[in-house]
Ligand binder design. Structure first.
Ligand SMILES: Nc1nc2c(ncn2[C@@H]2O[C@H](COP(=O)(O)OP(=O)(O)O)[C@@H](O)[C@H]2O)c(=O)[nH]1
Ligand SMILES: [Mg+2]
Length: 372
């Protein structure tokens, strides 16, 4: 990850403190202006601006401060955690007004290109759009996200849009909390729509489904047999299936695929109570079918708000958030416990050498952790 950069205030003596790296973005005229205004940041190197300053900046929708706030919540440092929670607590009353949309699909399905077209369309309607792109594979592939940034070049230049790529470094659990918190920041910053892009790698779909209002699956044209083999579980998470790249010679096959999916969807459990998930075609290249997808999402929201399912899901998600946060916290405090850290390699060796059972080893660790 040679192109990755740590936040300026990160402690160089503790390289483990940040789980993700900031990627170099594309130049934006509006951001340059902000950087000039915010010269204080540069003078006060290694020192983060006070929470109150970040708070005010986020509320104003200042991208520089939104990025700062997200970097703060992404930190794994104990001190940053407390600061971040203080900031989020202040921002909380301003959140909850955006439509949260999750987008998944295999690599190459065209998610980033779709977000560029869809995002630009939303901006043209006068809406403000935030994009959070999570790439669980980025730590392995070494920055496919950077490619995404260039793919969303037009959108990233649009003053009504904010794009935040974030590498999970393979730790899905942490991304869970951090993406929710990044969403909260974007909502407080007044974005109308939040798009969360995630690569379909099994677990990530379920996690993102648990934090968005509307979830869509981008698929490509395929033969009927392939569709049958597709994981039913993933289709049952989707409020819409988008057969993407329906352009050129692919137009007709895409229509055919759409019908195939509709046939299957008919027999599946609906992802959202009272909503019939359907398949649609679109092309981000030709910009066709994009408006229809927004229409579907508006219908979904309208219906859900009237029936109460929209609010119900959000309440359920908040409840689940508590439990996933408890799990995260437990995990964090366990693995950062100094004695546990010191003991772990020894215990590992003992287990591998066959001198101790796993259960006995874990039990001993927990006795230390719980100070028994
Ligand atoms: N023909 C066609 N190609 C597309 C379309 N959208 C994306 N692509 C291409 O598909 C490839 C993968 O796109 P990308 O957005 O990076 O996919 P992601 O991995 O799902 O984010 C790129 O080469 C795009 O140019 C589309 O609507 N039509
Ligand atoms: Mg992508």
């Amino acid at each position: 990850m040679t192109d990755g950069k740590k936040p300026e205030w990160s402690d160089p003596s503790r390289p483990d403190v940040f789980s993700s790296l900031i990627k170099k973005g594309t130049e934006q005229p509006s951001q340059n202006q902000i950087i000039h205004k915010g010269m204080r940041f540069q003078k006060k190197r290694n020192q983060e601006p006070p929470i109150e300053e970040i708070y005010e900046g986020v509320l104003k929708g200042d991208r520089k401060y939104i990025a700062r706030a997200i970097t703060l919540v992404e930190s794994n440092g104990e001190h940053h955690f407390q600061e971040a929670q203080r900031l989020l607590q202040k921002l909380l009353p301003q959140s909850g007004k955006s439509v949260r949309i999750g987008i998944t699909g295999v690599p190459g399905a065209g998610k980033s290109t779709f977000i560029e077209s869809f995002g630009l369309y939303l901006c043209s309607l006068g809406l403000r759009v935030a994009v959070l792109a999570i790439d669980p594979s980025s730590s392995i592939s070494g920055g496919s996200i950077l490619g995404d940034k260039t793919r969303m070049e037009m959108l990233s230049r649009n003053p009504s849009a904010f794009i935040r790529p974030s590498a999970s470094g393979g730790k899905l659990g942490g991304v869970h909390r951090k993406t929710r918190e990044a969403m909260l920041i974007c909502e407080a910053a007044g974005f109308d729509v939040i798009l969360v892009e995630t690569v379909g790698v099994g677990q990530s779909e379920v996690i993102i489904r648990g934090m968005v209002d509307f979830f869509m699956l981008l698929v490509l044209t395929g033969a009927g047999d392939e569709l049958q083999g597709m994981k039913k579980g993933i289709m049952e998470l989707a409020d819409a299936i988008i057969v993407h790249k329906a352009d050129g010679d692919n137009k007709l096959p895409a229509e055919k695929t759409k019908h195939e999916y509709n046939k299957i969807l008919h027999f599946l459990h609906p992802a959202t109570k009272g909503w019939a998930s359907r398949a649609y075609t679109c092309s981000s290249l030709d910009n066709t079918g994009i408006d229809k997808i927004w229409e579907v999402i508006c219908d979904f929201k309208h219906l859900g708000e009237n029936s109460g399912t929209f609010e119900d899901r959000r309440k359920k998600q908040s409840r689940e958030w508590i439990y996933s946060m408890i799990t995260d916290q437990l995990q964090f405090s366990f693995f950062h416990h100094p004695e546990i850290k010191a003991m772990l390699p020894k215990v590992e060796n003992e287990v591998i050498a066959g001198n101790r059972t796993v259960a006995a080893a874990v039990d001993a660790l927990f006795k230390i952790f719980l100070n028994k």
